[in-house]
Design a protein around this ligand. Structure first.
Ligand SMILES: Nc1ncnc2c1ncn2[C@@H]1O[C@H](COP(=O)(O)OP(=O)(O)O)[C@@H](O)[C@H]1O
Ligand SMILES: [Mg+2]
Length: 272
């Protein structure tokens, strides 16, 4: 099992969109996935239409008074499980800050998942700030996956993330943390800017950057308001195609056997 923090200190770069749609696409390929919503804004929770479902957040496990196992809920997708968030998580952040082991609360809470092999990947949808919750995510993760918008200042943002990863390693909170990959999002093929930014980021970060680039499509921004992933909302569109391609590249990078557990989605097999 690998824990992957989907993180970037900047908001609006596609973290939640990537957590939800990469998670669904990986589950479709046969991987057993747990998405954890770590953002008190709970965007991933509502993007999957799970805000109405009676589900608990990580609040108690983070404070050491409950198991994460009890917080996991199923989703409409086979093999895809979820831990929701709500605004109360912001309160946990304040309370954790007073604890001596405040950087490793999440790592401890998730450690039980490492004991059995129920999940292949745990994806942490991080909040857009360098607060306690994001630091906890980086301390708990095996690797960080950073979505970045194809916009000016992309490189500056990445340099900051690399620095944060180094700080987490140096702090002793997690000296194993790796940069698992960079995903370029919201690529606009009508402008030169997007292509220039991708070229520039590839030049500096080389193999770290996923070959798959996520296009800007209205469908990707509409899907969350229907509580659906892009695979459900527009299964044959460019957004679904891109996230399926990203999932394939992700499993290849991790040496995970693709579709061993019989992912029998016709649209997927047609497209891929
Ligand atoms: N590839 C895309 N094309 C169009 N809109 C997108 C795309 N990716 C994300 N969005 C939209 O951009 C906004 C920010 O994305 P989101 O994933 O919530 O970012 P973050 O979690 O980093 O704050 C959302 O409204 C989302 O629907
Ligand atoms: Mg988000």
């Amino acid at each position: 099992m690998k824990i992957v923090a989907i993180a970037n200190q900047k908001g609006g770069v596609g973290k939640t969109t990537t957590a939800v749609n990469l998670g669904c696409a990986l589950a479709e390929r046969g991987q057993r996935i747990l998405i954890v919503d770590l953002d008190p804004q709970a965007n991933a929770t509502s993007a999957l239409g799970l805000q109405e479902i009676e589900g608990d957040t990580l609040y108690e496990p983070l404070l050491g008074s409950g198991s994460v196992i009890d917080k996991i809920i199923p989703t409409r997708s086979e093999r895809l499980f979820f831990i929701p968030a709500d605004l109360d998580l912001a309160g946990a952040e304040v309370e954790i800050a007073r604890m001596p082991d405040h950087l490793t609360r999440l790592a401890q809470a998730l450690s039980i998942l490492r004991l059995d092999q129920t999940f292949d990947f745990v994806l942490l949808d991080c909040p857009p700030s360098l607060g306690i919750l994001m630091t906890n995510a980086l301390a708990a993760a095996d690797e960080i996956l950073t979505p970045i918008q194809c916009e000016y200042f992309a490189l500056e943002g990445l340099v900051k993330i690399v620095r944060v990863v180094e700080q987490v390693r140096d702090s002793g909170a997690n000296n194993q943390l790796e940069i698992g990959g960079i995903v370029m999002t919201m690529f606009d093929s009508r402008t030169n800017l997007s292509a220039q930014v991708v070229a520039e980021v590839r030049q500096h970060f080389g193999k770290c950057v996923y070959n798959t680039v996520i296009p800007r499509t209205v469908r990707l921004s509409e899907a969350p308001s229907f509580g659906k992933s892009i695979l459900e909302y527009d299964p044959r569109g460019a957004g679904a195609y891109a996230y399926r391609k990203l999932a394939r590249e992700f499993t290849q990078r991790h040496g995970a056997p693709a579709s061993l557990r019989a992912a029998s989605h016709t649209a997927a097999s047609e497209i891929l």
